[in-house]
Design a protein around this ligand. Sequence first.
Ligand code: CU
Length: 159
Amino acid sequence: MRFPHRPLVLAIAATIALPLPILAGESELTIVDAYVRMVPPGSPNTAAFMTINNSGSSKHKLVQAESPVARRGELHTHINDRGVMRMRQVPAIEIDAAGQTQLKPGGYHVMLLDLQASLKEGDTVPLTLRFDDGSTKEIDAAVKKPQTVMPAGDGAMKH
Ligand SMILES: [Cu+2]
């Protein structure tokens, strides 16, 4: 008398399988070229940059970023205030569906405030990124001197 139970088991399996495409949302986001700008010892703040790729069909937002090397992490952008570039905190950084957003000098960045350690070139800084769907990503960002940093997507030497 086992056969009558099989359709029920299959129905349960199908129900369990349904939420999976939603859970897979987290892996739609990939972070590449993450780095933290090296600053002189004693500097209170620095910034982290990266490229966030979204292979999914819906927009995502980065809503929070933090690191154990800084007491506080904020999301910032730069605005041109009558010819003067100023940083502004933003509540979120959007990544379009099937698109990418670059966090780069002069634009979006993760501000790391009140550094708890001096950062040396070659160090690796852990970052935790939180997105609007509740998912988080743990990434490692290499500490780089500003002059050794190439603009994202521009690997060739330019003179
Ligand atoms: Cu900033």
